[in-house]
Design a protein around this ligand. Structure first.
Ligand code: EPZ
Length: 431
């Protein structure tokens, strides 16, 4: 079984290039199938969730050609199957964007109920509410979400909850509805804006993405084009926190610093230095980390996808910190593993972590419960005394491209091992 073997202690130093945003790429790939013309997409991250999505799209008749490691050519002109139910796509969340795309294009779609990381109950009621408001009949039967409409008509939709997925899915479907759709209380994440920009580059008329009111004037059809995905805000934030926790000096390249503002603000608060340039940020951590309080919030608040990385840093900070998770109800599962590494954290009421900073982590055998927690636990191991074995790294591979290789290039002592022999070799190498 594949695991990471890590010997902690080295500060991370150097430059790291950030890949394209997974959570922008998933809906953009789905939306690319809404035109019968060819679409070229660049800066696609080479991660498992994206590769599953591309396989799923191939299986239903979308022509998919990888033109490079990070680029793909798609043509949705010969889609043969509007039922998306293959086994692998059950495991990813992004497959539900095919519902919005096909409902818009064909007025009909059947997509398996989505999976994704197990971080609490992940409702889809707001997606369904939006599709119904556009005139679709939606039912859940035999594990499939089935949506059908005679005609899709623009509508005024108020989201009861700020949801990235529902905002994007409704925006995608409404692109090909008749008339104007207004989505109120929409999510403002950078990837919502990126999807809107992509749709507009293919002839859609979407205004206001990035604010809490999005207006979509439906168009009759979309055309092909070329588009480059934005850099991954969460991968960037993860490396920024890796620098902070390991007392390193890392320049995180190919980023949009504006998207990282809440992350930068928290790093400054806990005592790091952060320098911003046009498309990179440098994080230097030379002083003891300080305690603080954090609450995860929709953008521009502190992202829930950075909550475990923040907790890993605060568990080494002086004093008592409090982290409150307000987006997902079960996102502290990794805390048990961190406690096994010596952290002093109590989770109260499922949504609040009370953290008393300790001087150091100690290496242990740990298991990753989900994608972002996995990256955070690896960061903890990089600064732990002794060796850590990390199990469940398939979760990390869902969303981080070349994670351990990028860390190696920054000086981390981390290796992908599959056998006891590999592990012993690693131990000999790092001493
Ligand atoms: C997206 O999930 C991301 N996933 C998540 O990233 C991210 O944590 C999340 O947005 C928040 O930023 C993808 O983009 C594939 P939501 P999504 O709809 O769209 C509730 C990662 O690590 N809700 O904004 O599923 C929901 O239960 C992953 O890359 C409803 O109640 O998140 C949650 O409490 C993990 N009804 C909150 O809203 C709905 O219909 C926010 O969910 C929809 C959501």
């Amino acid at each position: 079984m594949k695991q990471y073997a890590i010997k902690g202690g080295n500060p991370l130093v150097g430059d790291v290039e950030i890949a394209g945003a997974k959570n922008a790429a998933l809906p953009i790939l789905a939306a690319a199938a809404m035109t019968d013309e060819t679409v070229y997409i660049d800066n696609i991250p080479d991660v498992r969730d994206i590769n599953v999505m591309l396989d799923t799209m191939r299986n239903i008749g979308v022509a998919v050609k990888r033109t490079g490691r990070h680029s793909v050519m798609l043509n949705g002109g010969n889609i043969t199957n509007l039922t998306v139910d293959d086994e692998s796509c059950k495991k990813i969340r992004g497959s539900y964007y095919l519902l919005g795309a096909f409902l818009g294009k064909y007025k009909y779609a059947e997509v398996v109920l989505p999976g994704g990381c197990d971080i609490g109950c992940r409702g889809i009621d707001q997606h369904l509410k939006g599709f119904r408001a556009l005139g679709a009949e939606v039912v859940i039967e035999h594990g499939l979400i089935k949506a059908r409409a005679e005609r899709l008509r623009g509508s005024h939709i108020y989201m009861d909850k700020v949801s990235v997925g529902a905002t994007i899915n409704i925006m995608i479907a409404a692109t090909l509805a008749e008339g104007m759709t207004i989505i109120e209380n929409s999510a403002k994440e950078p990837h919502v804006v990126d999807v809107a920009n992509f749709l507009n580059s293919c002839g859609a008329n979407v205004r206001g993405a990035g604010t809490d009111v999005i207006r979509i004037r439906g168009v009759a059809k979309l055309h092909g084009g070329e588009y480059t995905i934005i850099p991954d805000q969460i991968e960037a934030g993860t490396f920024m926190f890796a620098a902070a926790v390991t007392k390193g000096d890392v320049t995180v390249k190919n980023v949009i610093p504006k998207h990282l503002e809440s992350i930068t603000a928290k790093l400054l608060e806990i005592g790091c230095e952060v320098e911003e340039a046009d498309d990179c940020v440098r994080v230097v951590s030379s002083k003891p980390l300080m305690h603080t309080q954090v609450r995860t919030l929709p953008y521009p608040g502190f992202p829930t996808d950075m909550q475990p990385q923040m907790t890993v840093a605060l568990a080494l900070a002086r004093g008592t910190s409090i982290v409150t998770e307000s987006i997902f109800e079960n996102r502290f599962k990794y805390v048990d593993e961190l406690v096994r590494m010596g952290a002093d954290i109590k989770v109260e009421g499922g949504d609040t972590a009370i953290i008393d900073g300790v001087a150091r982590y100690t290496g242990a055998s740990i298991t990753v419960p989900d994608l972002r927690a996995g990256a955070a636990l690896v960061i903890a191991a990089l600064t732990a005394e002794g060796f850590t074995m990390v199990d469940g790294i398939q979760y990390i591979e869902r969303g981080y491209e070349d994670f351990y290789i990028k860390l190696q290039n920054l000086g981390a002592q981390i290796e992908l091992v599959e056998t006891e022999k590999d592990y012993q070799k690693f131990r000999l190498k790092v001493g």
